[in-house]
Design a protein around this ligand. Structure first.
Ligand code: UT7
Length: 334
């Protein structure tokens, strides 16, 4: 049976560092509140005009492709996860195809918010297993900074988000490659649409077009009931992790490293505690980048890899949660 492996990882973070202190110029907040409630110290904001969700994605993709020992020519499908696309349409996938001069391959945009990258990984895994594609470029990229409410009213949301991009090349592993690093052992996905209103960008779609009358309410920015989101994030990420591990025939005790979606250090600690895993087996970099939604996991994967934390034979658990609500998890053997 065919299986897939993560063959190359890349990331791109904009150079502009925005500290918690910097945010106090726009809203009533403090470094102490943000650090204590979220663990975030700083985040990156893309250049207002020169960097977009797609340009950041392209930089991450170039690195992932090079590290996979291949070229853009050899990629036969693109899957792009984002909640902050350059345009309502066309999607960022086709913009990457154009920017990288790729062949006229398929490009699919995934709209599953902070779970988007793990959803994209799962979709890529299925295309590999059927034998349809051999090298799939999977991207998570976000430019949140243009779509946040920086007034005090929006502070619970705006302080947590940051910009950035991560990309991986998912490659077919044939039967002889039973110990290839980065093999995807399982993926699971879930949704609960009854809670769709708890975390969303309410305006700009067909249900609520932006008009001169509603523009003052900032309908084009992220609205979130933080506590409700927090509660479900812990429960669903825990369940998804357990399901993905069970499908892989493993338990939490087998996990060498958890790479969770980076939304809040308290959410991550709560999951680690419930999985009975010490925090040194959980990767966290949200102190530097905040919540980059679909980009958090590929960015963290890249940093974990660089730090030598993905060792041969390691069981790596990826798990994410986001608006929808949506959640997804994957077990990867390094
Ligand atoms: O990535 C997708 C999924 N997203 C998440 O998983 C995020 C989940 N939620 C969270 O991480 C947290 O709910 C937040 C970090 C967003 C907010 O933390 P919280 O402890 O739940 O705060 P809260 O919204 O319940 O607000 C508590 C208090 C309020 O003041 P009062 O009413 O108690 O006087 C807020 O007005 O904290 C106030 N507050 C702030 N104060 C200073 C909210 N945001 C801020 C702020 N600075 N930035």
């Amino acid at each position: 049976m065919l299986s897939s492996k993560i063959a190359g990882i890349g990331k791109y973070l904009p150079a502009n560092v925005v500290t918690n202190q910097d945010l106090t110029a726009y809203m009533e907040t403090s470094n102490e509140w943000i650090v204590e409630r979220t663990g975030i110290q700083e985040r990156r904001y893309a250049h207002r005009t020169e960097e977009t969700t797609t340009t950041m994605a392209v930089e991450a993709a170039k690195i992932a492709i090079e590290r996979a020992g291949t070229t853009a020519e050899e990629i036969d499908f693109i899957i792009f996860a984002t909640l902050s696309p350059d345009y309502y349409f066309p999607g960022c996938g086709v913009l990457v195809q154009r920017a990288m001069g790729m062949k006229e391959i398929g490009a699919l945009d995934i709209r599953n918010q902070c779970s988007g990258f793990v959803y994209a990984l799962s979709v890529a895994d299925q295309f590999i297993k059927t034998g349809m594609y051999k090298n799939i470029l999977v991207i998570g990229s976000e430019k949140h900074s243009f779509g946040l409410d920086f007034s005090t009213r929006g502070r619970n949301v705006s302080v947590i988000f940051g910009d950035g991009a991560g990309a991986v090349v998912i490659r077919r592993a044939d039967e002889s490659e039973t110990d290839a690093p980065g093999r995807v052992l399982s993926t699971v996905m879930g949704t609960d649409g009854t809670l769709a209103d708890v975390l969303k960008v309410p305006g700009g779609g067909s249900a609520c077009p932006i008009t001169p009358e509603n523009v003052e309410l900032h309908p084009n920015t992220i609205h979130m009931e933080g506590r409700e989101t927090f509660k479900h994030a812990v429960t669903r990420m825990l369940e998804a992790s357990q399901q993905a591990l069970e499908i892989a025939g493993l338990t939490a005790a087998d996990v060498s490293l958890v790479i969770p979606h980076q939304a809040n250090a308290r959410i991550i600690s709560a999951i680690a505690e419930r999985l009975n895993l010490p925090l040194d087996r959980v990767f966290m970099n949200l102190d530097k980048y905040g919540n980059t939604s679909a980009a958090t996991i590929p960015v963290a994967l890249d940093e974990a890899n660089k730090a030598g934390r993905l060792k041969k034979g390691d069981v790596v658990l990826l798990v994410a949660f986001g608006g929808g609500f949506t959640w997804a998890s994957s077990v990867v053997r390094w």
